[in-house]
Design a protein around this ligand. Sequence first.
Ligand code: MGD
Ligand code: MGD
Ligand code: SF4
Ligand code: MO
Length: 736
Amino acid sequence: MGSVSETENLTTGERLAADDNLVTNKTFCRICMSLCGLDVVTDGKKVIRVLPDKTHPYNWRDYCAKGGNSHLVRDHAKRIRTPMKRVGDTYVPVSYKQAVKEIAAQLNAIRDKHGADAIATYIGNPGTSNPANHFFQGSFSAAIGSLSNYTVGSLDHNGLLLVAQEMFGCEVAPLIPDVDHAKCFLFLGMNPAASNMAWLDTVPEGWKRVLAAKEKGADLIVVDPRQTPTTRKASTHVTIRPGEDWAFLLGIIKIVFENNWQHQQDCAEANGIETLKAIAAATSLEELSQRCNVPVAQIQDVARRFATAETACCVARTGIAQNRNGTLGEWLSHALNLITGRLDRKGGRYYQPGVFRNTMQVVNMLAPPVTRRSRIGGHKYIGGGYPITTLPDEIRTPGEGQVRALIINSGNPVASAPDGARMDAALKELDCLIAVDMFQRESHRHAHWLIPGTHFLERDEFFALFSSAYETSFAQLGEAAIEPLNGIKPEWEFFRDLTVEMKVPFMGMRRLNTLIKVSRWISRLTGNPRHAFNPRWIWALLIKKFGAVDWKTLVRNPQGVIFREKAYGHLRPSLQTRDGRINAAPDDFVAALKQRLAEPPPQADNVYPFRFVSQRRESMMNTWLVETTKHTRPYGDVVDINPADAAANKIQDGQTVALTSRVTTIRVKARVTDEVPSGILSMDHGWGSRLFDPQGGAAPEVSGVIRNLLVPADDIDELTGIPSLHSAHVSIAAVA
Ligand SMILES: Nc1nc2c(c(=O)[nH]1)N[C@H]1C(S)=C(S)[C@@H](COP(=O)(O)OP(=O)(O)OC[C@H]3O[C@@H](n4cnc5c(=O)[nH]c(N)nc54)[C@H](O)[C@@H]3O)O[C@H]1N2
Ligand SMILES: Nc1nc2c(c(=O)[nH]1)N[C@H]1C(S)=C(S)[C@@H](COP(=O)(O)OP(=O)(O)OC[C@H]3O[C@@H](n4cnc5c(=O)[nH]c(N)nc54)[C@H](O)[C@@H]3O)O[C@H]1N2
Ligand code: SF4
Ligand SMILES: [Mo]
């Protein structure tokens, strides 16, 4: 732990430490991908305060209440403090060693009887921003030989991964918006004013810098079905029909080609440009306008502003990704950047090559593409897994590969995925459900085992394979700020020990199991946890062999270092496509686009006339932090409705209403506001998941309603299996 001893030039955290004889340790926040440096003031046992580390070389200025209150999560009374086993209707604490032993025996019995694919995993969002956990869980699944893996990417970014795979030859190729140099921003489906400029890529203070650029004259066009704090700052807010951004983008691409605004050299150097051009030429702007519900004149105006700006970047995030046309939207946003010469150029979206000499190559080496399709639905294996929407059927459909055991690692799919009731019912049928989490939440209520997860303040972290997500060539071998509460083991250790206990070869190498056992023994003798096989051994090996930065430099700089000058033009030399060229028109995407174009434009739905979008709030993180952060305004049971729609349906502001989809009905309160246009209902994602108390036995706490209960699990993007989290069809009625 990097503690601070100097007394000069004290930051606030250090002053506090000096005053109270406390220690300030440095680490970074991992709640959202802004990855702010933190000063963690502690007495060694408890965290007293979490403050921004104003000397952090990458970011601290996005520091917010979520990071500032993170100690409330760490020391929360309901945090799972020890492994617990379900006995009847209650949980009993067991030792870590005993838990690993019993779980290994149960899983081996299931594997022997039903095969490896009967053992499934789901990794949620905080698991993916915990690379050691992610890597060791993946190694565990590989060791037992199971492909029954599900990831949060199938609710989030798998379309983006697929687009990167098809266009650039590697799933992990985040493109950073060059916010300081863009003269025109085209933002689709994102609300950085609440969510920060972070998805698979991260731009410190990105939103503030976009606003600063706008102050200096940059054009800011935001496409969103409703008003948000982001659209309110826009030069132009384009209101769009949810799920139909692809048609809007295709219209822009059509106009670019018709006016010969394309970048000649970049188009000549890419494959598939003629195909794209031909598809665009064969459509009419009127038809595309009808699909996306944006007037032709506005599509033309946006196309001209974007294509003729000196520099520009198009950024499309979760709002356009999380619906049945998500991949098409992501693809066309990249295609637009490509044809207008915005890809990997100043003021556009560039590739930051990460900690390896060729990070894409290392990613492909460690995670080679899997060609086997899912048993149910025939879906692709993307980003390490199959779509989570298929999991309930995989649990319930007999036959080879039927899922009997599941590890839910840092995730809450009953609330975050569609049709939670269906998911919940399927989870109940499992022979063995293991939750690895800090808390027992909605998705863990049928768990046979609760394995405590670490809080990020309690563990080291290094983003190796995702290092190209940083805006600059920055790397941090981050250190824990405090010892884990009650000796809780990091998640990777659980997967390491489970692998060894099950006697399956870690990373396919039996010798590694022996090494792990011997090193654990040495570590017990020396009392140094780093003497036991741990993620740093792997990161060190990879960096020493393939690194663009020296391992020693990383070790010497626990606050992190910027190791390479910012430059454009790294994308093309890093490409992993067969011929080393960008593919502007991958076959599967072209086929899916043609299929959409052959369908009639969206028709009015008389039964479920509204489209149901969702929002995030600054004070929460998906389905967690609901219970620990103060929310200036709770939105957990509120649906936004336009005044005209409210009047037509005889709904008053504040009145209880029933929202119904073809799946179920939920009851919430109406908020009548012109922030949403007619035909759109909007409700926050993240609320309504119960927080249980397996240790204390208190009644579960709940705040708000799970809006995703309404979302059908079968209304999906066929290319990825991503559900329509943002565009379900619903109806609304006043409740007397
Ligand atoms: N309608 C709608 N639905 C959405 C979205 C939306 O915008 N609208 N967004 C989607 C997106 S983008 C995402 S990423 C998903 C999120 O979906 P999930 O990842 O399934 O859900 P989270 O709410 O992130 O759940 C995180 C869980 O991890 C636990 N946790 C937090 N930190 C740690 C840790 O360090 N270790 C361990 N072991 N556990 C930890 C928390 O207690 C919580 O139970 O939701 C998706 N669902
Ligand atoms: N405070 C906070 N910050 C977060 C998170 C959090 O939960 N809380 N979550 C983090 C995570 S996991 C992620 S993935 C990122 C997500 O960050 P963003 O991608 O910025 O996601 P949102 O803030 O949900 O904004 C999505 C917007 O898309 C709009 N939208 C819905 N449907 C459509 C559509 O069909 N087309 C268009 N054009 N727009 C649409 C919605 O109205 C909403 O305003 O945020 C991260 N940052
Ligand atoms: S949650 Fe707040 S403090 Fe933490 S990384 Fe995100 S912006 Fe920074
Ligand atoms: Mo996400």
